[in-house]
Each structure stands twice: as C-alpha cells, then as structure tokens.
Write a protein that binds this ligand. Sequence first.
Ligand SMILES: Cc1ncc(COP(=O)(O)O)c(C=O)c1O
Length: 403
Amino acid sequence: MESQVERAWFDDVMVPCYAPMQTVPVKGEGARVWDQNGKEFIDFAGGIAVSCLGHCHPVMVNALTEQAQKLWHVSNVMTNEPALQLARKLVSLCFADKVFFANSGAEANEAALKLARRVAFENYGEHKSEIIAFHQGFHGRTFFTVTVGGQASYSDGFGPKPQDVTHLPYNDLSALEAQISDNTCAVMMEPLQGEGGVVPPDAAFVEGVRALCDKYNAVLIFDEVQTGNGRTGDFYAYQGLGVTPDILTTAKSLGGGFPIGAMLTTDAIAAHMKVGTHGSTYGGNPLASAVALAVVETISSPQVLQGVREREQWFRDGFSALQQEFGLFSEVRGKGLLLGAALNEEWQGRAKDILTAAGEQGLLLLVAGANVVRMTPSLVISKEEVDEGFARLKRALASLTKA
Ligand SMILES: Cc1ncc(COP(=O)(O)O)c(C=O)c1O
C-alpha cells in the first residue's frame, strides 16, 4: 500500500476532462476544508452549490450512518421507505404530485426531456418535438442535456446531435414569441442561469414564457438543479418568481453532497411514463434518499430559508466593502446564496486569476465564465466564516492589484 496519495496521480490515471486545483482536500467541517498539508480553506464554493449544510453536518452524518446499518440497495424491483418518505416530503413542498428519482442533475434533466417528448408524442403526434432552450444555459453532460444546454463548445465534436433543439437569447421574449409554435413540445430554462454567468430572469420574461407555453401546449421545464433546495431563499426559485413550471428538476443541494437527483411533475404529465418507459438502477436508493430526506427537512424550515436571505446581505456587504477599496466589479447579481460578482471592463477575463489568488490565501471560490466570480456556499455558513472569507479575499485582491 502506498502511504501518500499525490495530486500528480491525477494526470497519470484520470481521464483528463478536469483541471483540478493542486491542493487535495482531505477533511471538511462546516464551511471549512483542510488539504493534505493541513492548510485550511474557507469554502464559498460549496462543492458547486451542493454542500448546502456545509461539510459533514451531523444531520447528514446521522442519516447516512443510520441507514448504512439498515439497508443500502434494493434496485427498482422493490421500493424503499426513505424514497417514499422523501417523495412525499418533496411534493408537500411544491406544485408537484409525482417524483422520479435519479442520481444527478443531468439524469433528472434527461428524464424531464424524455417525458416532455413523450407527452407531446402521445397527445399531439410526432411533429411536436421541438425543444426550445437558451444561450448560456447549462443542463448537464449527457448527450441530450448537453445539446439542450446553450454552449456549443460543450456539445460540439461528438457527431450527430439529438434533433430539433432550438436556442434563443435568455430574457428575450420577442425571440421566443417569434420561434415557438404548435411544433414546440417544451421550453427548458434555469430560473436563474448559474453556469452561464449568474443571470437572473426578468419578471416579464418568465411570465411571458409561461403564457407562450400555455398558448402552444408546450411543457415548461424549470431546471432547478442549481437554484433549488433553498439556495435562492425560497425552497424552489419558481416560488419567488410566481411562475409555476410543469416539470421541475433538482439535484446538487438535494443530497447535500450525497449523489441524488429528482424530476418533479404533475399527475397528468407523470401518467405518460408507463412501466418500463424510463428507469435507473440507483435512482432513489435508500442511502441517498435517507440523506436527502434529512437535508430537505432541515433546509425547508422557515429559519434556514430566512437565514439564506440574511446571509445574502452579508455577502453583498462584503463585496461593497471590497468594491470601495479595489473597484474591480461592475455589479453583484443573483439571489440568496447563488451570487455572482461581475468584473468591470478593466478586469475582463480575470475571474480565474481571482479564484487562484483566493486559493493561495485559503478561500475557495467559483467562476461562472471568464468574467464572473461565483459563490454558492453552505446555506448555514456562519457570520464568522463569512467575515474570515472576505478577509482572505481582501488579501487576494490586494496581492493581485499590487502585481
Ligand atoms: C442548472 C444545472 N443543471 C444541470 C446540471 C448538471 O448536474 P450534474 O452535474 O449533477 O449532472 C448543473 C450542474 O452544474 C446545473 O448547474
């Protein structure tokens, strides 16, 4: 047995589709992470909007260890208690009547897209197959979801793509009005674009999308993989927008770090999935469902949701102070704890430099494109952790601006 695992092994034995930081984390607690050398990081990244209760929260550890001693896996030839409890909890928290469990955001979206196509096929016929989505949108990496996502650089180069997918500019209602027709089966959107630069929708746009979907009998799919489970201060972001989708997908924070995804929909739409139309060996397995149930019960409480709004202000205040000192940003946008600090003209293209400098100072950040520094921390991060994170960010910006 080798004693010391090294980052260099990544380049030897891993498929090179990532470029991970040089540091290798080995332990986490709350919003802090430590690497192999004992260096401490404040975590404003939250594992890309996943670690909603921070690292190793006792609620998750207890749920996992209790379930680990009872039952791990049965597949879908049987159902299981944690999955049923979780499904009931989720439908009690939103518009949906029915749940399909998957293992990731991409799989939840794959299910949503297949279901939308099936509904249109069965209700209206083969011609109704167009899926409309938006530039810069992100929906996952399966071939269908990456094709629906609005970044050709991710979907090009793999041969023929799934057909009849149209991309339009986000927040441009007239473009949608001009394109949507009786051939459109679904419109898929993030109710706040995450990967695409932390771009919120205009109220009139979301309302208009809903009205056009109704007019043309198209299913409205909200991808809440990043926005869901309390991240924007509502349990689901659609609840803060006042526009209800027909299908909603969720993953990331749903398991707080344990892989699980879900597609939620109405009875009428769910009825188009018959036995054998879709499935997943692991989807809704007892371990993932038990952890997700504990996570959802905790984060759906009014205290946690109110706490997200309070924490948003801590972050906005932190950026205002940095802006006064360094003047690098043009705006901070987003909602709740899905926030993006957009760089000004002079700093265009330098989000990655800020992420690297922050890492050196012991702060984990994310980017959303080349010009936006993104933060998706734990929903229960403490004031002390936020203050310490901003102190480290200040040192990072000072080192960069001096250079
Ligand atoms: C909005 C959105 N949808 C889907 C996905 C894909 O989720 P996963 O990586 O779990 O497949 C992501 C991941 O970043 C996302 O942000």
